[in-house]
Design a protein around this ligand. Structure first.
Ligand SMILES: Cc1cc2nc3c(=O)[nH]c(=O)nc-3n(C[C@H](O)[C@H](O)[C@H](O)COP(=O)(O)O)c2cc1C
Length: 363
């Protein structure tokens, strides 16, 4: 029987345990999207994770519409990421960079241009900007030639990630972001080679994943999908054929691992009645499968035992418990995550969550 605390090969990487840190945007970079020193401390505190998947990192100014989120398109950003990855490695950890283009979720107040997407659609609700919340804007449909440039931006961000010392990257076609806007049929209304059939809607995912894998190696390239339920207005009327085809495609490319963020009816992050797709996708994706959302120790071990998952990624539990691996191992209680400081700047609710020894020292 495999336990959460045994090693697992994830492509070119070996994780010493199967407790992965899920990607989480924390808004601690500068206004110009440059990583800051405090981020090195935050990630280093969590270096006992089998693998850290970083917060989403913008591949281009066009694709980054989140205040104080970091990017990876300039030399200055590469230089500023280097101490972050070094701090994780110095503590014995591993970290991959989640690469992000938000598509229609970006806002001109941050990017200086109309957001882009598969089609002229609008994300429901309001975007976060430096001047508070503003309604999302209608997107400009991308021309087919521009998609080659976007794949090029993914490749340069992936090369920059390796130059900055990351151990690999995770492409982010989940959660209603740009590639997800091409995958699912309520946001992709195109009639060219990138729209309509499942094969066509998968084309951008294929283009980007192949390009990144050939630039930095498939063994250092992973992908995250959120196959069940709506996120930021992006949804598909028939997810199983789409996401089993995506699993098959990614299996053929031979990526390092596939991570699935799956909602459930009682989900505390996102809830949905649409069934989990992992049991069906597992039949097509033969590489390591990492599952996420609302896991605790018992559920995590059950999904390893059944063979559904090879590892589990934890979001909020890792955010609030830098020593999560140890706590799960000791069956110790967990600190709850504080909502008000999720995206605030500074150390509060970021690097000041106590570890078990901290708590015992003051008890
Ligand atoms: C503060 C916060 C920021 C997040 N940012 C990202 C992100 O940048 N990229 C991403 O793919 N998911 C992001 N997520 C989703 C998490 O990776 C994860 O899917 C979610 O928290 C559910 O897992 P959990 O129940 O273990 O927390 C974020 C979640 C939170 C709470």
């Amino acid at each position: 029987m495999r336990t959460l605390f045994e090693p697992v090969a994830l492509g070119a990487l070996t994780a010493p345990n199967r407790v992965i840190m899920a990607p989480m945007t924390r808004g601690r970079a500068t206004r110009d999207h440059i990583p800051t020193a405090i981020m090195a401390g935050y990630y280093a505190q969590r270096a006992s994770a089998g693998l850290i998947i970083s917060e989403a990192i913008g591949i281009s100014r066009q694709g980054l519409g989140w205040p104080y989120a970091p990017g990876l398109w300039s030399d200055e950003q590469v230089e500023a990421w280097t101490p972050v990855t070094r701090a994780v490695h110095d503590r014995g950890g591993r970290i991959v960079a989640q690469l992000w283009h938000m598509g229609r979720m970006a806002h001109s107040a941050l990017t200086g241009e109309q957001p882009v997407s598969s089609s002229a659609t609008t994300t429901p609700g309001d975007a976060h900007t430096y001047d508070g919340r503003k309604p999302y804007e209608v997107a400009r449909p991308l021309a087919a030639e521009e998609l080659l440039d976007i794949a090029g931006d993914y490749v340069s961000a992936a090369r920059n990630a390796i130059a900055a010392g990351f151990d690999g990257v995770q492409i982010h076609p989940a959660n209603g972001q740009l590639i997800d806007q091409f995958l699912r049929n309520n946001s992709n209304l195109r009639s060219d080679d990138y729209g309509g059939s499942i094969k066509n809607r998968l084309r951008l995912l294929k283009l980007v994943t192949r390009a990144v894998a050939s630039a930095i190696g498939a063994g250092r390239t992973s992908v995250r999908l959120s196959p069940n339920g709506e996120t930021y207005g992006v949804d598909d009327s028939d997810p199983t054929p789409l996401f089993t085809a995506a699993a098959d495609l990614l299996n053929t490319i031979g990526i390092a691992f596939l991570e699935l963020k799956e909602a459930s009816p009682a989900g505390t992050f996102v809830s949905t009645e649409v069934p989990r797709q992992s049991p069906m996708m597992r039949k097509y994706f033969k590489g390591p499968l990492v599952l996420n959302s609302d896991y605790d120790l018992a559920r995590a071990q059950a999904d390893l035992d059944s063979g559904l998952a090879d590892a589990i990624s934890f979001g909020r539990p890792f955010l609030a418990n830098p020593d999560l691996v140890r706590r799960l191992q000791d069956r110790a209680p967990l600190n709850p995550a504080e909502e008000s400081t999720l995206y605030s700047q500074g150390a509060e609710g970021y690097t000041d969550y106590p570890t078990l020894p901290d708590i015992r020292a003051v008890a």
